[in-house]
Write a protein that binds this ligand. Structure first.
Ligand code: 4AD
Ligand code: MG
Length: 461
């Protein structure tokens, strides 16, 4: 079968030749002696029109097809210079591969995203989700390409772990114990010796700690895998299962880290603009009218930089605009992040040097004793898309911080070892993959950029 993508890319080679294509019927119109099928074959954003005639023995069968039917068409590709589409197929044969029932839920009219969310198995057949999931695929490829071209080693960090990297306690437990009959020790505690790993385990919230061990061996590494958070946040930006990209670089400070993050985002933007022009134009026309201008502007400007302390000053002056009022020490909410990036900087911005109390234990303490060498990258429309930091590389300081926070140093022995055997200054960050796809496509809800989303109270399919 020839793909529709190939026909569009190399049309001259196929015009007036006999070809065979396979696809699904998007719409059908018929009259007495001929009819039109519009096919989508999944390989290209555009469709292909097929003209069929009553000279075909199954003419009546074709006319009765419903939207969604799968067909194979043999015929001649002819140019149609006056029509919307540059060519069509004059069919010689249409073979019905699989008919579609008349209750097929995706009819020609536009459906709401909410409605399509109720059918995650069928929505990839629509234009919107064709565009989203092709761009998602290309984005993943572009990220790998970006890091591989610079010699980063891709490390597969485990999904089941005994640690809580972010220390937020938002973990899904992993157990083989019978929850209706949990084995207990004599003093009434859960008897983990009866569990698969003989200790409490959970799905990972981040691959960073494992990633750091490889950075201290390979220098530059990245992870790219699923992460899980049992955050009870029912928002358009939080999923219980999402993918994260976590580069980690030995001999890199916070500035190097931000430089890498900015270069990566720009690379990915450029990649999807160049490699999915049809899809990106679609988003710009139907999803987010300013998208292409905004992304092109990002490519031609530098990201903003502001410290947390400076950002809080700006936000405090605008506290009347916020539901949640800002003061030094508070965590920034999405409304504040968006205000900074959309109203103040009007482009992506790095916020640095957050108070240590609102950040994870592993971040490097700053001289002031109050803040850490953290950076979050905020983008318009979303807020935080990246979180990163320079890591505490001093054994004593890290151990003291772990004590302060009541972390079990024995459990994190491997992590402390890195500070004992050839410690380097090092940095890394985590890019939320779904938020990156939202940013690139203008899609407003994380549920619409994940093939099978898992969010609070929702784990369908
Ligand atoms: O800021 P976070 O929690 O940072 C870390 O996990 C670090 N260990 C990263 C590192 O330094 N290696 O998460 C990183 C990013 C966020 O900026 C956000 O884009 C995304 O992960 N993220 C989520 N995306 C979707 N749903 C959720 N529930 C998310 N939580 C975080
Ligand atoms: Mg964060």
């Amino acid at each position: 079968l020839i793909t529709v993508r190939e026909l569009y890319k190399n049309r001259e080679a196929y015009l007036d030749k006999e070809i065979t294509v396979g696809g699904w019927v998007r719409s059908i119109r018929d009259s007495k002696s001929f009819g039109f099928l519009v096919l989508h074959d999944g390989t290209f954003f555009e469709t292909l029109q097929v003209v069929y005639h009553d000279t075909m023995e199954n003419f009546a069968q074709i006319g009765k097809l419903n939207v969604g039917a799968a067909v194979i068409v043999k015929g001649t590709l002819v140019a149609t210079p006056q029509a919307k589409q540059p060519f069509e197929i004059q069919a010689a044969e249409v073979t019905v591969e699989g008919a579609s029932a008349p209750d097929y839920p995706l009819q020609k009219k536009r459906h709401t995203l909410e409605y399509l969310r109720t059918m995650t198995h069928l929505r990839p057949r629509t234009n919107t989700f064709q565009a989203v999931f092709r761009v998602r695929s290309l984005t993943a490829y572009a990220i790998h390409k970006f890091f591989q071209e610079q010699g980063f080693v891709y490390v597969h960090t485990p999904l089941i772990t005994g640690s809580d990297c972010e220390g937020a306690g938002e973990m899904f437990q992993v157990t083989t114990m019978d929850l209706n009959n949990i084995p207990k020790t004599e003093d009434g505690k859960v008897d983990y010796s009866k569990d698969f790993f003989c200790k409490p385990t959970n799905l990972t919230v981040s691959g960073q700690l494992n990633g750091e061990t490889y950075a201290q061996a390979f220098r530059n590494i990245y992870t790219f895998g699923p992460t899980f958070r049992a955050e009870n946040s029912n928002t358009t930006r939080h999923a219980a299962e999402f993918w994260m990209i976590e580069p980690e670089m030995a001999f890199a400070d916070l500035d190097d880290n931000m430089e890498m993050a900015e270069a990566m985002l720009k690379y990915v933007i450029r990649y999807v603009l160049e490699n999915a022009p049809e899809e990106m134009n679609f988003f710009n026309s139907f999803v987010d009218k300013g998208l292409l201008d905004r992304l092109n502007h990002v490519l031609n400007s530098e990201f903003g930089h502001v410290t947390y302390t400076e950002a809080v000053k700006i936000l405090e002056e605008n506290n009347d605009k916020f539901d949640y009022k800002v003061s030094w020490g508070c965590d920034l909410q999405t409304e504040h992040e968006r205000y900074l990036t959309e109203q103040v900087f009007k482009r992506p911005v790095f916020v640095t040097d957050y108070p240590k109390e609102i950040k994870a234990f592993y971040m490097k303490a700053n001289e002031d004793g109050k803040t850490v060498a953290a950076m979050d990258c905020l983008v318009p429309g979303i807020g935080e898309i990246i979180g990163g930091s320079q890591r505490e590389d001093d054994y004593d300081k890290l151990a003291a911080r772990m004590d302060e926070l009541g972390l079990d140093k024995e459990q994190y022995g491997f992590y402390l070892d890195l500070r004992k055997y050839g410690s380097t200054h090092h940095s890394g960050f985590g890019l939320g993959f779904e938020r990156c796809v939202m940013y690139l496509t203008g899609m407003g809800n994380i549920r619409d950029v994940i093939p099978f989303p898992r969010t609070v109270k929702n784990c369908d399919l």
